[in-house]
Design a protein around this ligand. Structure first.
Ligand code: ZN
Length: 119
């Protein structure tokens, strides 16, 4: 008789209680903070996408906290975002973004962050 080695036991997902979406706080793709609500950041700005004949719904988006999204749009031009910073990786590798992320991680997620201006 052929002996079948024991198969790697797989915990079927169905045995897990389904994770309720409401209890998993949304997490910013850039700074990793859990925030009450994410905004969909268009990696290729809508205006730039239009020039390439892409519809807004065809553009890649990433869920960011409002602070990160605001930072990107107040720091970089549409052109920079569309050509140099149009992937999450490119954003993560950008020195300015890294500095911001380092700082924003220390900020309370619930508090609105002013990208510019004083307290
Ligand atoms: Zn963020």
């Amino acid at each position: 008789m052929h002996y079948a080695p024991p198969m790697a036991r797989r915990n079927s997902q169905s045995t897990w209680p389904e994770a309720p979406a409401a209890e998993a706080p949304p997490t910013c793709a850039l700074c990793g903070r859990e925030v009450p609500e994410l905004v969909q950041h268009h990696l290729v700005p809508i205006i730039a996408g239009k020039r390439k004949g892409l519809r807004p719904q065809d553009l890649p988006t990433v869920g960011l906290c409002p602070a990160c999204q605001q930072y990107l749009h107040s720091t970089f031009s549409i052109n920079e975002l569309a050509t140099e910073l149009n992937t999450l990786e490119a954003l993560e590798q950008n020195e300015q973004v890294q500095k911001f992320v380092k700082w924003v991680r220390k900020q309370p997620a619930t508090k609105g962050v002013k990208a510019k201006g004083r307290e």
